[in-house]
Design a protein around this ligand. Structure first.
Ligand code: TRP
Ligand code: SF4
Length: 405
């Protein structure tokens, strides 16, 4: 996705996992902070998703929700330019999930890699042989489709879920995107584009349908989206007619593949709570310092005079995140020629982490001292999200013949 487009909607969610660490910051939050100025961003706490795996301890979820939201804000997510909300406060997600479940083949869910992996890992155990766990990628599809999101920033592990959301949208539109008198309504809508617009629209549609010209499709889509004099319903008809014969009720979201930032932990493995190798966003300077000072280094460097190999050292992985070329060259040379000690080598990392965390912790403190503010941010965000979700659900119910009284 190239140019700045505040009309494009981005949606992303995170399970409530309590306090966040530098892995979340570098892997996700920094990206959100960047996106929030370029797009219409919806970020939410996926609290129902937590229940698909942790249904035995639901009472811990609430605390994790608030802790995580504080850390989002502390990281620089701006409640003034994004919509921040909690999934369970927008019950429309559940309604869409239910309705989508009617058209979702079981085999689509069974072949999602995370499901297959879990089943293999658990073997005989029936702990996660629940309906909720099997269905969670569909819940995720509902999360995305209900906001008609254009794009979803995902890591590679989540890409199959997004692909399934796209398949569900296609199937839904195919089954229910037929409106009585659609052709006639489209012709009326085309006329409303004006003579020039109508000609251009038809030519671009023809080009796309005859040769699959993606650029023609995108130009036509932009033409419709930017048009001032036509209603939302007509826009949808014209967009649907471009690609097929129907009306697009649930647009297919694009994947916004983030450059996989595998933030290394203190031991060189990916930073993760379960590995106990993390620096929390709330670690104070002393604990940052002692965590880094006690990191293991290349085992070949027992004495200061022993040359080392940065490739064998988790400290080097952190230099790749934090250091500029000059510092990196200094490490390479100093390590291989035994010119620097490991504590010298760690110093710039300690400084970089501490100064990275400083503004985060200042903001965290402010928010932590004002729980009412956090609650009102989430309440307002959830209401805004609900308005958007309700609009989609009106169309979904109508398409499925459920808007009778
Ligand atoms: N499944 C995601 C995770 O475990 C969280 C999530 C739920 C999500 N719904 C989403 C992410 C919708 C993106 C879009 O991390
Ligand atoms: Fe690791 Fe740096 Fe020590 Fe080399 S000098 S072993 S890179 S900490």
């Amino acid at each position: 996705m190239g140019s700045v487009d505040s009309q494009q909607r981005i949606l992303s969610g995170m399970r409530p996992s309590g306090r966040l660490h530098l892995g979340h910051y570098h892997g996700v939050l920094k990206n959100w902070v960047k996106l929030q100025h370029e797009f219409d961003c919806f970020f939410f706490v996926a609290d129902w998703h937590a229940m698909t795996t942790h249904y035995e301890s639901p009472m811990t979820i609430e605390q994790h929700v608030w802790e995580m939201v504080v850390d989002w804000l502390a990281a620089g997510v701006d409640p003034g330019s994004t919509t921040l909300f909690v999934q369970s406060k927008v019950p429309e997600h559940a309604e869409l999930h239910l309705l989508l479940s009617m058209i979702t083949p079981l085999s689509w869910l069974e072949r999602v890699p995370s499901y297959k992996e879990q089943q293999d890992k658990l073997g005989q155990s029936t702990e996660l042989a629940t309906y909720g766990f099997l269905g969670y990628p569909l819940l995720q599809a509902a999360d995305i489709l209900i906001y008609r999101a254009n794009a979803v920033p995902v890591g590679l592990d989540q890409a199959p879920h997004l692909e399934m959301a796209r398949e569900i949208a296609r199937r839904f539109n195919h089954l229910f995107g037929k409106e009585m008198g659609f052709e006639a309504n489209v012709q009326l809508a085309i006329r409303k584009l004006g003579k020039k617009g109508a000609g251009l629209y038809s030519a671009l549609r023809k080009r796309f349908n005859e040769s699959g010209d993606q650029e023609a499709l995108e130009t036509a889509q932009a033409l419709i989206k930017d048009h001032q004099n036509i209603t939302m319903a007509d826009k949808e008809r014209l967009l649907g007619y471009l690609e097929g014969e129907g009306k697009v009720i649930l647009p297919e979201p694009q994947a916004l593949l983030s450059i996989e930032s595998k933030m290394p932990g203190l031991d060189g493995q990916k930073m993760s709570k379960s590995y106990g190798n993390m620096i929390s966003l709330r670690d104070d300077n002393d604990s940052v310092q002692s965590k880094i000072k006690t990191m293991r280094t290349d085992p070949a460097r027992v004495r200061l005079t022993d040359p080392g190999d940065p490739e064998q050292c988790p400290v080097w992985s952190l230099h790749q995140v934090y250091s500029d070329d000059t510092t990196k060259a200094w490490v390479q040379d100093g390590c291989r020629n035994a010119g620097i000690g490991c504590l010298d080598c760690k110093k710039p990392i300690i400084d970089a982490v501490i100064s990275e965390l400083e503004p985060i912790q200042q903001r965290a403190e402010r928010y932590e001292n004002d729980p009412d503010l956090i609650k009102s941010i989430i309440q307002e965000g959830s209401e805004r999200a609900r308005d958007a979700a309700r609009e989609t659900m009106d169309d979904v119910r109508e398409a499925m013949g459920l808007n009778y009284r």
